[in-house]
Design a protein around this ligand. Structure first.
Ligand SMILES: [Zn+2]
Length: 516
Protein backbone atom coordinates (compact mmCIF):
# COMPACT_ATOMS: atom_id res chain seq x y z
CA UNK A 1 0.00 0.00 0.00
CA UNK A 2 1.71 3.30 -1.12
CA UNK A 3 2.20 5.81 1.68
CA UNK A 4 -0.98 7.80 1.90
CA UNK A 5 -0.67 11.57 1.78
CA UNK A 6 -1.14 13.15 5.25
CA UNK A 7 -4.63 14.49 4.62
CA UNK A 8 -5.96 11.13 3.37
CA UNK A 9 -4.33 9.34 6.31
CA UNK A 10 -6.21 11.76 8.56
CA UNK A 11 -9.56 10.98 6.93
CA UNK A 12 -9.12 7.24 7.55
CA UNK A 13 -7.97 7.88 11.12
CA UNK A 14 -10.89 10.22 11.75
CA UNK A 15 -13.34 7.59 10.58
CA UNK A 16 -11.82 5.16 13.11
CA UNK A 17 -11.48 7.70 15.90
CA UNK A 18 -15.02 9.00 15.40
CA UNK A 19 -16.26 5.75 16.82
CA UNK A 20 -13.80 5.92 19.74
CA UNK A 21 -13.42 9.64 20.59
CA UNK A 22 -13.33 13.25 19.37
CA UNK A 23 -11.82 13.70 15.92
CA UNK A 24 -8.02 14.16 15.91
CA UNK A 25 -6.61 17.56 15.07
CA UNK A 26 -3.96 17.62 12.34
CA UNK A 27 -0.38 17.76 13.64
CA UNK A 28 0.85 21.37 13.69
CA UNK A 29 2.95 22.18 10.63
CA UNK A 30 6.65 22.53 11.33
CA UNK A 31 8.02 26.00 12.05
CA UNK A 32 9.35 27.68 8.88
CA UNK A 33 11.32 30.44 10.59
CA UNK A 34 11.29 34.06 9.52
CA UNK A 35 11.43 34.94 5.82
CA UNK A 36 15.04 35.29 4.67
CA UNK A 37 16.58 38.72 4.35
CA UNK A 38 16.78 39.93 0.76
CA UNK A 39 20.19 39.87 -0.98
CA UNK A 40 21.86 43.25 -1.49
CA UNK A 41 20.35 45.24 -4.30
CA UNK A 42 17.12 43.28 -4.41
CA UNK A 43 13.98 45.38 -4.93
CA UNK A 44 12.46 45.64 -1.42
CA UNK A 45 8.98 44.56 -2.49
CA UNK A 46 10.29 41.08 -3.18
CA UNK A 47 10.16 40.57 0.57
CA UNK A 48 6.41 40.07 0.13
CA UNK A 49 7.20 36.65 -1.29
CA UNK A 50 7.25 34.62 1.87
CA UNK A 51 7.48 30.97 2.81
CA UNK A 52 4.41 30.88 5.09
CA UNK A 53 2.10 32.21 2.38
CA UNK A 54 3.71 29.89 -0.16
CA UNK A 55 2.86 27.01 2.14
CA UNK A 56 -0.71 28.15 2.67
CA UNK A 57 -1.27 28.32 -1.08
CA UNK A 58 0.46 24.98 -1.73
CA UNK A 59 -1.54 23.13 0.92
CA UNK A 60 -4.80 24.45 -0.51
CA UNK A 61 -3.83 23.69 -4.11
CA UNK A 62 -2.50 20.20 -3.34
CA UNK A 63 -5.22 19.21 -0.88
CA UNK A 64 -7.03 15.95 -1.56
CA UNK A 65 -10.18 18.01 -2.00
CA UNK A 66 -8.75 19.34 -5.27
CA UNK A 67 -8.76 15.75 -6.51
CA UNK A 68 -5.43 16.17 -8.32
CA UNK A 69 -6.67 19.18 -10.41
CA UNK A 70 -7.22 17.23 -13.65
CA UNK A 71 -7.97 19.67 -16.49
CA UNK A 72 -11.71 20.44 -16.82
CA UNK A 73 -12.45 18.65 -13.55
CA UNK A 74 -14.20 20.26 -10.56
CA UNK A 75 -10.84 20.53 -8.81
CA UNK A 76 -9.24 22.39 -11.72
CA UNK A 77 -12.17 24.78 -11.99
CA UNK A 78 -11.99 25.48 -8.24
CA UNK A 79 -8.27 26.13 -8.63
CA UNK A 80 -8.76 28.54 -11.54
CA UNK A 81 -11.33 30.41 -9.45
CA UNK A 82 -8.90 30.47 -6.49
CA UNK A 83 -6.20 32.07 -8.65
CA UNK A 84 -8.66 34.57 -10.20
CA UNK A 85 -9.97 35.54 -6.75
CA UNK A 86 -6.42 36.14 -5.51
CA UNK A 87 -5.70 38.39 -8.46
CA UNK A 88 -8.98 40.23 -8.07
CA UNK A 89 -8.15 40.87 -4.41
CA UNK A 90 -4.78 42.28 -5.54
CA UNK A 91 -6.54 44.63 -7.94
CA UNK A 92 -4.81 43.18 -10.99
CA UNK A 93 -6.58 43.88 -14.24
CA UNK A 94 -8.32 40.86 -15.79
CA UNK A 95 -6.93 39.81 -19.18
CA UNK A 96 -9.13 36.80 -19.96
CA UNK A 97 -12.29 36.52 -22.06
CA UNK A 98 -15.00 39.15 -21.90
CA UNK A 99 -13.02 41.34 -19.46
CA UNK A 100 -12.80 38.46 -16.96
CA UNK A 101 -9.81 36.60 -15.57
CA UNK A 102 -10.62 33.29 -17.23
CA UNK A 103 -9.63 32.47 -20.81
CA UNK A 104 -11.53 29.44 -22.07
CA UNK A 105 -10.28 27.01 -24.67
CA UNK A 106 -12.28 24.33 -26.50
CA UNK A 107 -11.98 20.66 -25.73
CA UNK A 108 -13.71 17.47 -26.68
CA UNK A 109 -14.74 15.87 -23.44
CA UNK A 110 -15.57 12.18 -22.99
CA UNK A 111 -16.94 11.77 -19.52
CA UNK A 112 -18.53 9.28 -17.20
CA UNK A 113 -22.12 10.10 -16.35
CA UNK A 114 -22.68 9.96 -12.56
CA UNK A 115 -25.59 7.56 -13.21
CA UNK A 116 -23.06 4.91 -14.16
CA UNK A 117 -23.11 2.10 -11.64
CA UNK A 118 -22.53 -1.63 -11.28
CA UNK A 119 -24.85 -3.27 -8.78
CA UNK A 120 -24.78 -6.77 -7.35
CA UNK A 121 -26.14 -8.14 -4.06
CA UNK A 122 -26.26 -5.17 -1.69
CA UNK A 123 -23.33 -3.46 -3.41
CA UNK A 124 -23.58 -0.45 -5.73
CA UNK A 125 -20.22 0.50 -7.23
CA UNK A 126 -20.06 4.24 -8.05
CA UNK A 127 -16.38 4.98 -7.26
CA UNK A 128 -12.87 3.46 -7.60
CA UNK A 129 -13.45 2.26 -11.14
CA UNK A 130 -12.62 3.39 -14.65
CA UNK A 131 -14.23 2.86 -18.04
CA UNK A 132 -12.34 2.21 -21.26
CA UNK A 133 -14.56 3.14 -24.21
CA UNK A 134 -13.67 4.74 -27.54
CA UNK A 135 -16.67 7.10 -27.67
CA UNK A 136 -20.06 7.77 -26.10
CA UNK A 137 -21.83 4.73 -24.69
CA UNK A 138 -25.35 4.16 -23.35
CA UNK A 139 -25.67 0.60 -22.09
CA UNK A 140 -27.92 -1.15 -19.61
CA UNK A 141 -26.70 -4.70 -19.22
CA UNK A 142 -27.57 -7.29 -16.66
CA UNK A 143 -27.54 -10.99 -16.02
CA UNK A 144 -25.32 -13.66 -14.61
CA UNK A 145 -21.65 -12.97 -13.95
CA UNK A 146 -19.49 -15.24 -16.09
CA UNK A 147 -15.91 -15.83 -14.94
CA UNK A 148 -13.42 -15.56 -17.85
CA UNK A 149 -10.15 -16.17 -16.04
CA UNK A 150 -7.47 -13.62 -16.92
CA UNK A 151 -9.04 -12.96 -20.30
CA UNK A 152 -6.92 -15.46 -22.21
CA UNK A 153 -8.81 -16.68 -25.33
CA UNK A 154 -9.22 -20.23 -23.98
CA UNK A 155 -10.66 -18.97 -20.71
CA UNK A 156 -13.61 -17.21 -22.38
CA UNK A 157 -16.75 -19.32 -22.93
CA UNK A 158 -19.25 -18.81 -25.71
CA UNK A 159 -22.76 -17.34 -25.32
CA UNK A 160 -21.91 -14.19 -23.41
CA UNK A 161 -24.83 -12.19 -24.79
CA UNK A 162 -27.07 -10.96 -21.95
CA UNK A 163 -24.39 -11.88 -19.43
CA UNK A 164 -21.84 -9.94 -17.41
CA UNK A 165 -18.45 -11.47 -18.19
CA UNK A 166 -15.60 -10.64 -15.83
CA UNK A 167 -11.87 -11.25 -15.87
CA UNK A 168 -9.35 -10.97 -13.04
CA UNK A 169 -5.98 -9.32 -13.59
CA UNK A 170 -3.14 -9.10 -11.09
CA UNK A 171 -1.41 -5.71 -11.23
CA UNK A 172 2.37 -5.48 -10.93
CA UNK A 173 3.88 -2.43 -9.22
CA UNK A 174 7.16 -2.96 -11.06
CA UNK A 175 5.60 -2.80 -14.49
CA UNK A 176 5.27 0.93 -15.07
CA UNK A 177 6.41 3.43 -17.68
CA UNK A 178 5.47 4.03 -21.36
CA UNK A 179 6.52 0.57 -22.62
CA UNK A 180 4.50 -1.31 -20.04
CA UNK A 181 1.61 1.10 -20.42
CA UNK A 182 1.43 0.18 -24.13
CA UNK A 183 1.46 -3.54 -23.33
CA UNK A 184 -1.28 -3.03 -20.75
CA UNK A 185 -3.31 -1.13 -23.35
CA UNK A 186 -2.96 -3.98 -25.84
CA UNK A 187 -3.98 -6.43 -23.12
CA UNK A 188 -7.22 -4.55 -22.54
CA UNK A 189 -7.85 -4.40 -26.29
CA UNK A 190 -7.31 -8.17 -26.64
CA UNK A 191 -9.67 -8.93 -23.76
CA UNK A 192 -12.36 -6.66 -25.22
CA UNK A 193 -11.94 -8.23 -28.66
CA UNK A 194 -12.28 -11.75 -27.25
CA UNK A 195 -15.32 -10.90 -25.15
CA UNK A 196 -16.98 -9.21 -28.12
CA UNK A 197 -16.22 -12.26 -30.30
CA UNK A 198 -18.10 -14.42 -27.75
CA UNK A 199 -21.18 -12.22 -27.82
CA UNK A 200 -20.58 -9.88 -24.89
CA UNK A 201 -21.78 -6.24 -25.05
CA UNK A 202 -19.31 -5.19 -22.36
CA UNK A 203 -16.77 -6.63 -19.93
CA UNK A 204 -15.73 -6.19 -16.31
CA UNK A 205 -12.08 -6.30 -15.27
CA UNK A 206 -11.19 -6.90 -11.62
CA UNK A 207 -7.79 -5.32 -11.09
CA UNK A 208 -6.06 -6.69 -8.00
CA UNK A 209 -2.84 -5.87 -6.17
CA UNK A 210 -0.41 -3.06 -6.87
CA UNK A 211 -1.87 -1.90 -10.14
CA UNK A 212 1.22 -0.64 -12.03
CA UNK A 213 0.68 0.09 -15.73
CA UNK A 214 -2.69 -1.71 -15.84
CA UNK A 215 -3.90 1.04 -13.49
CA UNK A 216 -1.67 3.97 -14.41
CA UNK A 217 -2.66 4.04 -18.08
CA UNK A 218 -6.31 4.36 -17.09
CA UNK A 219 -5.46 7.79 -15.76
CA UNK A 220 -5.11 9.22 -19.24
CA UNK A 221 -6.86 6.69 -21.46
CA UNK A 222 -10.02 5.92 -19.48
CA UNK A 223 -12.79 7.97 -17.93
CA UNK A 224 -13.17 7.89 -14.15
CA UNK A 225 -15.68 9.61 -11.85
CA UNK A 226 -14.97 13.39 -12.22
CA UNK A 227 -12.04 12.57 -14.50
CA UNK A 228 -12.91 13.03 -18.17
CA UNK A 229 -10.81 11.99 -21.17
CA UNK A 230 -10.05 15.07 -23.21
CA UNK A 231 -9.02 16.02 -26.73
CA UNK A 232 -7.70 19.42 -27.85
CA UNK A 233 -8.01 20.31 -31.51
CA UNK A 234 -6.53 17.45 -33.51
CA UNK A 235 -4.77 16.12 -30.42
CA UNK A 236 -7.01 13.12 -29.59
CA UNK A 237 -4.07 10.84 -28.78
CA UNK A 238 -5.82 9.40 -25.71
CA UNK A 239 -8.74 7.86 -27.58
CA UNK A 240 -8.60 4.06 -27.46
CA UNK A 241 -10.05 1.62 -29.97
CA UNK A 242 -11.92 -1.19 -28.20
CA UNK A 243 -14.42 -3.84 -29.42
CA UNK A 244 -16.64 -3.54 -26.35
CA UNK A 245 -16.43 -1.13 -23.38
CA UNK A 246 -14.57 -2.38 -20.31
CA UNK A 247 -15.37 -1.42 -16.72
CA UNK A 248 -12.16 -1.73 -14.71
CA UNK A 249 -12.75 -2.15 -10.97
CA UNK A 250 -10.09 -0.97 -8.54
CA UNK A 251 -8.93 -3.35 -5.78
CA UNK A 252 -11.75 -2.44 -3.35
CA UNK A 253 -14.84 -2.97 -5.59
CA UNK A 254 -13.04 -5.90 -7.30
CA UNK A 255 -12.75 -7.70 -3.98
CA UNK A 256 -16.47 -7.09 -3.35
CA UNK A 257 -17.42 -8.61 -6.73
CA UNK A 258 -15.20 -11.65 -6.18
CA UNK A 259 -16.74 -12.16 -2.74
CA UNK A 260 -20.16 -11.97 -4.40
CA UNK A 261 -19.32 -14.57 -7.08
CA UNK A 262 -17.53 -16.70 -4.52
CA UNK A 263 -14.18 -16.56 -6.22
CA UNK A 264 -11.32 -16.58 -3.77
CA UNK A 265 -9.12 -13.69 -4.94
CA UNK A 266 -5.98 -15.67 -4.18
CA UNK A 267 -7.14 -18.71 -6.19
CA UNK A 268 -7.96 -16.75 -9.30
CA UNK A 269 -5.75 -18.84 -11.55
CA UNK A 270 -7.07 -22.25 -10.51
CA UNK A 271 -10.25 -21.58 -8.51
CA UNK A 272 -13.80 -21.55 -9.81
CA UNK A 273 -16.48 -19.18 -8.51
CA UNK A 274 -18.71 -21.02 -6.06
CA UNK A 275 -21.83 -18.84 -6.47
CA UNK A 276 -23.15 -19.74 -9.93
CA UNK A 277 -26.30 -17.71 -9.33
CA UNK A 278 -24.30 -14.51 -8.94
CA UNK A 279 -25.87 -11.81 -11.09
CA UNK A 280 -25.85 -8.04 -11.38
CA UNK A 281 -26.75 -4.96 -13.37
CA UNK A 282 -24.54 -2.49 -15.18
CA UNK A 283 -25.81 0.93 -16.11
CA UNK A 284 -23.05 2.48 -18.23
CA UNK A 285 -23.32 6.00 -19.58
CA UNK A 286 -20.36 7.72 -21.21
CA UNK A 287 -21.12 11.08 -22.76
CA UNK A 288 -19.19 13.04 -25.34
CA UNK A 289 -19.31 16.82 -25.60
CA UNK A 290 -17.52 18.60 -28.44
CA UNK A 291 -18.29 21.97 -26.92
CA UNK A 292 -16.49 21.48 -23.62
CA UNK A 293 -13.96 23.98 -22.35
CA UNK A 294 -11.22 24.37 -19.82
CA UNK A 295 -9.70 27.55 -18.52
CA UNK A 296 -6.52 29.53 -18.16
CA UNK A 297 -6.36 32.47 -15.76
CA UNK A 298 -4.80 35.74 -16.98
CA UNK A 299 -4.26 39.16 -15.39
CA UNK A 300 -2.03 42.19 -16.01
CA UNK A 301 -0.28 44.87 -13.99
CA UNK A 302 0.11 47.82 -16.30
CA UNK A 303 3.57 49.34 -16.42
CA UNK A 304 4.67 52.91 -16.88
CA UNK A 305 6.99 54.26 -19.56
CA UNK A 306 7.14 51.07 -21.60
CA UNK A 307 3.71 49.75 -20.65
CA UNK A 308 2.84 48.58 -24.15
CA UNK A 309 5.46 45.88 -23.79
CA UNK A 310 5.10 43.06 -21.29
CA UNK A 311 6.91 40.35 -19.36
CA UNK A 312 4.90 37.17 -18.81
CA UNK A 313 5.15 35.07 -15.65
CA UNK A 314 3.61 31.63 -16.27
CA UNK A 315 2.95 28.40 -14.36
CA UNK A 316 0.50 25.55 -14.92
CA UNK A 317 -2.02 24.73 -12.18
CA UNK A 318 -3.42 21.47 -13.53
CA UNK A 319 -2.23 17.97 -12.64
CA UNK A 320 -3.26 14.38 -13.42
CA UNK A 321 -6.32 13.79 -11.23
CA UNK A 322 -7.07 10.69 -9.19
CA UNK A 323 -5.79 7.13 -9.31
CA UNK A 324 -8.06 4.16 -9.89
CA UNK A 325 -8.44 3.63 -6.14
CA UNK A 326 -9.60 7.23 -5.76
CA UNK A 327 -6.32 8.41 -4.26
CA UNK A 328 -5.44 11.89 -5.53
CA UNK A 329 -2.21 12.67 -7.34
CA UNK A 330 -1.80 15.78 -5.19
CA UNK A 331 0.77 17.40 -7.49
CA UNK A 332 2.31 19.49 -4.71
CA UNK A 333 5.60 20.03 -6.50
CA UNK A 334 3.96 19.59 -9.92
CA UNK A 335 2.81 22.28 -9.95
CA UNK A 336 1.20 23.62 -6.78
CA UNK A 337 4.70 24.91 -5.97
CA UNK A 338 4.94 26.97 -9.17
CA UNK A 339 1.37 28.20 -8.81
CA UNK A 340 2.02 29.29 -5.23
CA UNK A 341 5.16 31.02 -6.49
CA UNK A 342 3.19 32.79 -9.25
CA UNK A 343 0.59 33.99 -6.70
CA UNK A 344 3.28 35.39 -4.40
CA UNK A 345 5.12 37.04 -7.31
CA UNK A 346 1.86 38.68 -8.44
CA UNK A 347 1.31 39.95 -4.90
CA UNK A 348 4.81 41.43 -4.73
CA UNK A 349 4.35 43.25 -8.03
CA UNK A 350 0.80 44.37 -7.27
CA UNK A 351 1.85 45.82 -3.91
CA UNK A 352 5.22 47.21 -5.11
CA UNK A 353 6.38 50.11 -7.27
CA UNK A 354 5.22 49.90 -10.86
CA UNK A 355 7.74 48.58 -13.38
CA UNK A 356 8.30 50.29 -16.73
CA UNK A 357 6.95 47.38 -18.79
CA UNK A 358 3.65 45.71 -17.97
CA UNK A 359 3.53 42.31 -16.27
CA UNK A 360 1.17 39.57 -17.45
CA UNK A 361 0.42 36.74 -15.01
CA UNK A 362 -0.64 33.51 -16.75
CA UNK A 363 -1.85 30.43 -14.88
CA UNK A 364 -2.64 27.71 -17.42
CA UNK A 365 -4.29 24.31 -17.42
CA UNK A 366 -3.91 21.44 -19.89
CA UNK A 367 -0.13 21.28 -19.36
CA UNK A 368 -0.08 17.66 -18.28
CA UNK A 369 -2.13 16.72 -21.33
CA UNK A 370 0.15 18.38 -23.89
CA UNK A 371 0.78 22.05 -23.03
CA UNK A 372 -2.77 22.74 -24.25
CA UNK A 373 -3.59 25.85 -22.21
CA UNK A 374 -0.38 27.69 -23.15
CA UNK A 375 -0.74 26.54 -26.76
CA UNK A 376 -4.16 28.12 -26.84
CA UNK A 377 -2.75 31.29 -25.26
CA UNK A 378 -0.02 31.32 -27.92
CA UNK A 379 -2.66 31.01 -30.64
CA UNK A 380 -5.02 33.53 -28.95
CA UNK A 381 -2.79 35.83 -26.92
CA UNK A 382 -4.68 38.41 -24.87
CA UNK A 383 -1.52 40.55 -25.05
CA UNK A 384 0.02 40.91 -28.54
CA UNK A 385 2.79 38.33 -28.87
CA UNK A 386 5.10 40.75 -30.66
CA UNK A 387 4.95 42.96 -27.56
CA UNK A 388 5.79 40.15 -25.14
CA UNK A 389 9.52 40.58 -24.52
CA UNK A 390 10.03 37.58 -22.21
CA UNK A 391 8.33 34.61 -20.56
CA UNK A 392 9.46 33.40 -17.12
CA UNK A 393 8.02 29.94 -16.46
CA UNK A 394 8.15 28.06 -13.15
CA UNK A 395 7.14 24.39 -12.91
CA UNK A 396 8.29 22.26 -9.94
CA UNK A 397 10.24 24.57 -7.62
CA UNK A 398 9.44 22.86 -4.29
CA UNK A 399 11.92 20.00 -4.22
CA UNK A 400 15.19 21.57 -5.27
CA UNK A 401 18.36 19.70 -4.35
CA UNK A 402 21.15 21.15 -2.21
CA UNK A 403 20.76 23.14 0.97
CA UNK A 404 18.93 26.39 1.77
CA UNK A 405 22.27 28.20 1.39
CA UNK A 406 23.30 26.29 -1.75
CA UNK A 407 20.21 25.55 -3.83
CA UNK A 408 20.63 23.47 -7.00
CA UNK A 409 18.24 24.31 -9.78
CA UNK A 410 17.83 23.48 -13.45
CA UNK A 411 17.31 26.16 -16.08
CA UNK A 412 16.59 26.12 -19.82
CA UNK A 413 17.56 27.26 -22.44
CA UNK A 414 21.04 26.75 -20.97
CA UNK A 415 24.25 28.23 -22.36
CA UNK A 416 24.57 25.03 -24.43
CA UNK A 417 21.28 25.80 -26.20
CA UNK A 418 20.69 27.77 -29.42
CA UNK A 419 18.04 29.85 -27.70
CA UNK A 420 20.29 30.92 -24.81
CA UNK A 421 19.75 34.62 -24.16
CA UNK A 422 20.70 37.51 -21.94
CA UNK A 423 17.48 36.78 -19.99
CA UNK A 424 18.88 33.42 -18.81
CA UNK A 425 22.41 34.82 -18.36
CA UNK A 426 21.05 37.59 -16.11
CA UNK A 427 18.90 35.13 -14.17
CA UNK A 428 21.93 32.94 -13.50
CA UNK A 429 23.76 36.03 -12.24
CA UNK A 430 20.91 36.92 -9.90
CA UNK A 431 20.72 33.31 -8.78
CA UNK A 432 24.18 33.56 -7.26
CA UNK A 433 22.86 36.25 -4.89
CA UNK A 434 20.46 33.64 -3.45
CA UNK A 435 23.10 30.92 -3.35
CA UNK A 436 21.47 29.20 -6.32
CA UNK A 437 23.66 27.25 -8.74
CA UNK A 438 22.35 26.05 -12.07
CA UNK A 439 22.64 23.01 -14.25
CA UNK A 440 21.19 22.57 -17.71
CA UNK A 441 17.50 21.74 -17.83
CA UNK A 442 17.52 21.48 -21.62
CA UNK A 443 15.84 18.06 -21.46
CA UNK A 444 12.77 20.02 -20.36
CA UNK A 445 13.07 22.72 -23.06
CA UNK A 446 9.94 21.42 -24.84
CA UNK A 447 8.21 19.94 -21.78
CA UNK A 448 6.56 22.90 -20.10
CA UNK A 449 4.57 26.00 -20.99
CA UNK A 450 7.46 28.35 -21.81
CA UNK A 451 7.85 26.24 -24.96
CA UNK A 452 4.70 27.73 -26.45
CA UNK A 453 6.28 31.17 -26.14
CA UNK A 454 9.74 30.04 -27.24
CA UNK A 455 8.39 28.44 -30.41
CA UNK A 456 6.72 31.76 -31.22
CA UNK A 457 10.01 33.65 -30.89
CA UNK A 458 9.67 35.00 -27.34
CA UNK A 459 12.83 34.79 -25.17
CA UNK A 460 12.15 32.45 -22.26
CA UNK A 461 13.67 31.24 -19.03
CA UNK A 462 12.37 28.12 -17.29
CA UNK A 463 13.23 27.22 -13.70
CA UNK A 464 12.60 23.70 -12.39
CA UNK A 465 13.98 21.26 -9.85
CA UNK A 466 13.82 18.21 -12.14
CA UNK A 467 12.21 14.84 -11.48
CA UNK A 468 12.29 13.12 -8.08
CA UNK A 469 10.89 9.83 -6.68
CA UNK A 470 7.49 11.42 -6.01
CA UNK A 471 7.13 12.84 -9.53
CA UNK A 472 3.60 12.01 -10.74
CA UNK A 473 3.03 9.80 -7.72
CA UNK A 474 0.35 10.06 -5.00
CA UNK A 475 3.21 10.83 -2.67
CA UNK A 476 3.89 14.26 -4.24
CA UNK A 477 2.35 15.96 -1.20
CA UNK A 478 2.68 19.52 0.21
CA UNK A 479 4.31 18.40 3.47
CA UNK A 480 7.32 17.30 1.34
CA UNK A 481 7.96 20.69 -0.23
CA UNK A 482 10.88 22.86 0.89
CA UNK A 483 9.32 26.28 1.49
CA UNK A 484 12.60 27.94 2.40
CA UNK A 485 14.04 27.09 -1.04
CA UNK A 486 10.73 27.88 -2.75
CA UNK A 487 10.84 31.37 -1.22
CA UNK A 488 14.32 31.98 -2.64
CA UNK A 489 13.46 30.56 -6.08
CA UNK A 490 10.22 32.55 -6.38
CA UNK A 491 12.09 35.72 -5.39
CA UNK A 492 14.78 34.93 -7.97
CA UNK A 493 12.14 34.52 -10.68
CA UNK A 494 10.48 37.78 -9.59
CA UNK A 495 13.78 39.68 -9.65
CA UNK A 496 14.53 38.26 -13.11
CA UNK A 497 11.19 39.64 -14.32
CA UNK A 498 11.61 42.97 -12.52
CA UNK A 499 15.01 43.43 -14.15
CA UNK A 500 13.68 42.57 -17.63
CA UNK A 501 10.66 44.84 -17.11
CA UNK A 502 12.90 47.82 -16.37
CA UNK A 503 15.71 47.02 -18.80
CA UNK A 504 16.48 49.54 -21.53
CA UNK A 505 16.19 47.00 -24.32
CA UNK A 506 14.69 43.59 -24.89
CA UNK A 507 16.57 40.40 -23.97
CA UNK A 508 19.18 39.51 -26.59
CA UNK A 509 19.55 36.04 -28.06
CA UNK A 510 23.14 34.88 -27.42
CA UNK A 511 23.09 31.35 -28.91
CA UNK A 512 25.40 28.61 -27.64
CA UNK A 513 28.11 29.86 -25.24
CA UNK A 514 31.06 28.16 -23.60
CA UNK A 515 29.80 29.17 -20.15
CA UNK A 516 26.84 30.79 -18.43
ZN1 LIG B 1 4.44 20.29 -14.32
Amino acid sequence: MPQLPRTAALVLLVAAAAEAQAPEVPAPLPELGQPAALPDGAPPHLAKIDRAELRTHAFWLADDARGGRHTASKGQQETAKYVADQWKKLGLKPLGDQKGYLQYYPLKRTALDPATALTFGTTKVTADFAVLAPDAVKLAAGGKFVYCGNGAPDAIPDGLAGKLPYVVLQGNAKSTGPGNDLQALQRYQQIAAQLGKHGASCGIVCLLGEVGSLGNLLNYRAVLPDHPRLAFGSDDRRRIDLAVPLVVLGPKPAALLLAHTGLDAEGTTTGKPTNDKAAGKLNLVVTQDDKATASNVVAVLEGTSKKNEAIVFSAHHDHVGRRLDGDAFNGADDNASGTAGLLEIAQAFAQGPKPERSIVFLSVSGEELGLWGSDWYGQHPTWPLERIVADINIDMIGRAAGTAAAIELQVTPSHQHDKYSSLVRDAVGLGAKFGVTFSSGDTYYARSDHFNFAKRGVPVVFFCDGEHPDYHMVTDTPDRLDYVKMEAIARLAAWTGWQAANAKGRPQELGKQAAW
